[in-house]
Design a protein around this ligand. Structure first.
Ligand code: HEM
Length: 502
């Protein structure tokens, strides 16, 4: 190509960029305050490797409702419980959709799962189906025996490690326990030598959390500058192969023998039965479901359940080890309430008040999904005197909530479960201060299952064992750095040596 042609093309492209930048900037003069975006990239350069922290800093300058432009996409960042109440409470319906991002296109079979599908009848049917058939109290209770077995195995393994004075990689241990429990609910079995679910899910969550240039500057998408498109394609292939194997096996088994009766069914059986027999309860979904919908829904359940619970437990155990006073207090509660029973049971959990406070305090300071999952507005709306245009993406910086002295007083940076002693703040109700599971229409449908798994693992790890850091490391030296993704785990795995308390 002639240099003059190249120059003309570049000039035209630059002109288009500037025009789009200025027109959007001037058209929406009434946007909330925020940093002035640069042409083309907007404020992408301000995000850094831990965007929740960078956005928190920016919100201290621009306020709890802040406008940020990333590439050509308009965002509003919500950074206080009061502001969140406006977006996810008062105007929940307007912000109940999700943006279409490249990660969901590749990993979620073109947005056919629940998490990334747009607000509408399809999302509603999938959500109702998963709630009724997997996440209802009755369904979750039906798997209590299986959870007991898995927790029993974990305790035995820790006892053996204690006897050998072995350093345990708690991040890994917790992962396999949660993976085992979730896979047994979904697929009817946990271990499969042919693949390691957890690794692929971990990689997918990490890649999905990265701010992907292709989503914000679409004309750069073909160049795949971050290598993310390639990563998504390869992960989606791996996931697809695993789901195909599992679904095939279920189909073959069901053809060879009688289909299992309803209370012996795992989640794949239930999904398959939707296709075979018309279901009145899930009529909309019975019509639309095919193999790709099934796989997208399965992925949502696996991804929603494993990484979130594992990351929560990893942080709870970290803070307990870092704060021996709190650990002792919790062990005292367990001794009083549970005593010498073989295991802390599900029925014990509701009585463990201090455990509940420890969990809440950890959720406040170490959110699993610091920016929740992005929301998107479905129409223009005026909030607090600002105009939020249709299709604005909303990130709720829940990480910032826990660090607000106006909400938690000046000792917000202290790990102090007792702050929940005489107040009603909780993540189950309508309190916007503690929204570990989101809130409103898009709030987490798996909260009860998640809390149960967390309670069981943490209480049994703490009731039976004391934990000591390796190489004589003092608890105060335990590193609490995080690694950003859709979920935000510890940067480095948690390692500790158990002592069995008999
Ligand atoms: C400790 C455990 C868990 C935590 C901390 C957690 C957290 C969250 C958060 C923050 C959201 C986003 C809310 C929003 O966008 O406003 C969410 C959504 C979701 N979670 Fe969970 N979750 C947990 C367990 C589970 C489990 C066990 C499942 C399923 C088996 C699950 C499935 C989902 C799904 C499908 C969505 C998307 C809902 C929608 O878009 O309609 N989660 N979760």
């Amino acid at each position: 190509m002639y240099p003059t042609t190249v120059a003309v093309i570049l000039l035209v492209l630059t002109g288009i960029f500037f025009w789009r930048w200025w027109s959007t900037h001037l058209r929406h003069k009434n946007l909330p305050p925020g940093p002035v975006p640069l042409p083309v990239i907007g404020s992408l350069h301000l995000l850094g490797s831990l965007p929740h922290r960078s956005l928190h800093k920016l919100s201290q300058k621009y306020g709890p409702i802040m406008s940020v432009r990333l590439g050509s996409v308009q965002f509003v960042i919500v950074s206080s419980p009061d502001a969140a109440k406006l977006f996810l409470g008062t105007h929940d319906i307007v912000f109940a959709s999700r943006p279409q991002i490249q990660a969901a296109k590749y990993l979620s079979y073109d947005n056919k799962g629940m998490t990334f599908s747009e607000y509408g009848p399809y999302w509603r049917s999938v959500r109702k189906f998963c709630t009724v058939e997997l996440l209802s109290a009755t369904k979750v209770n039906g798997f209590a025996g299986m959870r007991r077995e898995e927790i029993g195995l974990m305790v035995e393994e820790m006892k053996a490690a204690a006897k050998a004075r072995k350093v345990v990689n708690l991040s890994e241990t917790v992962s396999w326990v949660i993976e085992g429990m979730v896979c047994r609910m979904l697929f009817g079995k946990k271990k499969d030598e042919r693949f390691v679910f957890k690794t692929v899910i971990d990689k997918s969550m990490e890649a999905t959390g990265i701010f992907n240039l292709a989503d914000y500057v679409p004309m750069l998408a073909p160049f795949d500058l971050q290598g993310l498109t390639k990563r998504f394609k390869s992960l989606s292939k791996e996931l697809d192969e695993m789901f195909e194997i599992l679904i095939d096996e279920h189909e073959k088994r069901n053809q060879a023998s009688e289909s299992p009766n309803r209370d012996q069914m795992d989640f794949i059986d239930i999904l398959l039965s939707l296709k075979q027999e018309y279901s009145y309860t899930h009529d909309n979904l019975s019509y639309t479901i095919d193999r790709s919908n099934m796989k997208a829904i399965l992925l949502d359940m696996v991804a929603g359940a494993i990484d979130t619970a594992k990351t929560s437990i990893e942080w709870i155990l970290s803070v307990l080890i870092k704060h021996p006073r709190v650990m002792k207090e919790l062990q005292k509660e367990l001794k009083t309430m549970v005593g010498d029973k073989v295991m802390v049971e599900e029925s014990d959990l509701t009585r463990l008040r201090y455990l509940h406070m420890v969990v809440k305090e950890t959720f406040r300071l170490y959110p699993v999904a610091p920016l929740l999952v992005p929301h998107q507005s479905m129409e223009d709306i005026a909030i607090n005197g600002y105009t939020i245009p249709k299709k604005t993406r909303v990130l709720v910086n829940y990480w910032a909530f826990g660090r607000d002295p106006k909400v938690w007083s000046d000792n917000w940076d202290e790990f102090l479960p007792e702050r929940f002693l005489d107040n009603e703040i909780d993540f189950r109700g309508h309190d916007f201060k503690l929204i570990q599971f989101g809130i409103g229409r898009r709030g987490c449908p798996g909260m009860n299952l998640g809390l149960l798994n967390i309670g069981l693992v943490v209480s049994n790890m703490v009731h039976w064992f004391d934990w000591e850091l390796p190489n004589g490391m003092s608890p105060t030296d335990l590193d609490m750095k995080e690694k950003f993704g859709l979920t935000t785990p510890r940067e480095k795995p948690l390692l500790a040596i158990p002592t069995y308390l008999v």
